[in-house]
Design a protein around this ligand. Sequence first.
Ligand SMILES: Cc1ncc(COP(=O)(O)O)c(C=O)c1O
Length: 403
Amino acid sequence: MNPLLSSLQPYPFERLKQLFSTVTPNPAYAPISLGIGEPRHATPQLVLDALAKATAQLAAYPATAGLPALRESCVNWIQRRYGLKLDAATQVLPVNGSREALFAFAQTVIDPTREAVVVCPNPFYQIYEGAALLAGAQTYYAPSDPALNFNVNWDNVPADVWAKTQLLFVCSPGNPTGAVMPLSDWEKLFALSDQYGFVIASDECYSEIYFREEAPLGGLEAAAKLGRNDFKNLVAFTSLSKRSNVPGMRSGFVAGDAHILKQFLLYRTYHGSAMSGMVQAASIAAWDDEAHVVANREQYRQKFASVTPVLETVMDVRLPDAGFYLWAAVPGGDDVAFARDLLAQYNVTVLPGSYLAREGQGLGGANQANPGAGRIRMALVADTAECLEAAQRIVAFIKNTHS
Ligand SMILES: Cc1ncc(COP(=O)(O)O)c(C=O)c1O
């Protein structure tokens, strides 16, 4: 067996299952889960129709590089969304959702024959860690700072860590924090990437769900604003899962540095991760249509506008920049006990923030408090009425137990 497998941590939902294994939820309430961040709004009909029309595609092996028409759709979307003109032949590549792509990307760019560090935000999407460890790298966790709208203070990462860094994961809008990284941070990271030679993987799968007027700044957009039109050492990861409510379709794309994408395509050819032709056809329909995305965003906006003020009366929580999570501080500060007791008393599932983060910002996660501790993540993916009901139960729970 690959010995690196034993370095993988239990996934947060495994830990949650373990925590809840001894809890009997109050049967007086119907269960409501705000635990899993899986989109639950309806899949647009135009995607279903396109899938149904494309069954003939099943008769042929798809190419790993994807259909030219899909690559065109992706670059056209980038042009509409960010005002950038990319080359469909070399600067974009379809992937089977961003999860597999984030993982495979680390395997492609990391050179394990040299000391390798992967810098991750903390808390973070758990795939970054597994991808880094299985590629033979060490992780360095850079904590999100509540004083910086939950962004990372990149100045706190020591130079000797940057010197060994081969890959940096950026997640903007962030999961779980919802924070959008400002241009000044991008500028700093590009300068560090130039100085130390590391690659930046920009995970942007929540980019289309936002609550401010201005759409979140994308990594490629930031690069272009700073005159980096070749996107040197930068690859952005975009997904249809949340944008178009198709988490089961497994479709997204990566875009950016053509030299890196050439190597990534080579890796993927052997990895066997070509996207089904049927899914490609449905993806073209999804990328080409913006009306369903606007409607989806409006649905989240209304939901967050009704749920957030209810929770604000009892806990430290506010409307995020983007994404579909609330990242709230719990009264009393024990996120694990909060999640356990909330389930027991009110049959509402939330995810303890400490499960999404690691103790420590040092190499391997040494010697610092867990930046997710004392917070919970609530995924507002169910319909508004259900999310509102959950919020009201949380208010009652906090009033009963914490005041
Ligand atoms: C931050 C982040 N990145 C990537 C993904 C993967 O999404 P997908 O593989 O559906 O594109 C998720 C899914 O929840 C996520 O939260």
